[in-house]
Design a protein around this ligand. Sequence first.
Ligand SMILES: Nc1ncnc2c1ncn2[C@@H]1O[C@H](COP(=O)(O)OP(=O)(O)O)[C@@H](O)[C@H]1O
Ligand SMILES: [Mg+2]
Length: 256
Amino acid sequence: MSSATHDSAPLYEVRNVSKHYGAVVALDDVSMKIHAGEVVGLVGDNGAGKSTLVKVLSGAHQPSHGQILLDGIERHWKSPHDALEAGIETLYQESGLAPHLSVSANVFLGREEVRSGVLGKLGFLAQKSMDVRAHADLERVGIAVPSSSRSVSQLSGGQRQAVAIGRAVAWAKKVIILDEPTNHLGARQAGEVLEVIKAAKEQGLGVIFISHTLPHVLSVTDRIVVLRLGRIVRDAPTSEFNADTLLGTITGLITT
Ligand SMILES: Nc1ncnc2c1ncn2[C@@H]1O[C@H](COP(=O)(O)OP(=O)(O)O)[C@@H](O)[C@H]1O
Ligand SMILES: [Mg+2]
């Protein structure tokens, strides 16, 4: 089950990736794979390189060395837009929701449906159709929001996060990268986010889940990749970890 071997080619892969910021080596010869329908946990202490790896995977940063392969083909992302177009959605720690806009406007932010015809030429947005589709998209991934036309500033923190993750899952074609999506959420809300991750997996997406909340990582992932000081120190099926050994591997008390 979770420890299934993968004969199929990986969906997304980095090979021997390094990233230097001046003299700082944020990533050092990192290789990792993600398969369709697999949830991979990415964990490590502050400064381990998690966010840097996310930025490389999402096209926000270019690696100093190494390769990025999607469906076995080497890709060179020049911007997050390139990766997005190829089906890779990223939810950054800062979710990037626009609080003054409606839920549906947020779901469609940056990719608004434009009404065809004269209004379309003038650039008007098809508000009603966006509301309906946003609601359907969020519902499809298991997120209930009171009304898609409601302003995001009227939502609770948990609901906002639900919209952000729902937006990412609804649009993702291949891979979804979630940087600490359960931070600052109550237990029930965090549980809902974990359910959405399971739904994304069922859809056949590859999911990369970053979190410091180790019980969440242990409960929802198939495999865990542990980063320490820019290097991968462990990459193993989740079944090979428990809370103690995972923490020990992160802090460096346990070396293998
Ligand atoms: N833009 C940057 N310029 C210089 N150093 C950076 C930059 N971003 C990250 N770093 C450094 O790279 C290392 C890895 O950071 P980061 O990827 O943010 O780790 P994490 O997300 O695991 O906390 C740290 O030493 C950090 O200080
Ligand atoms: Mg970080």
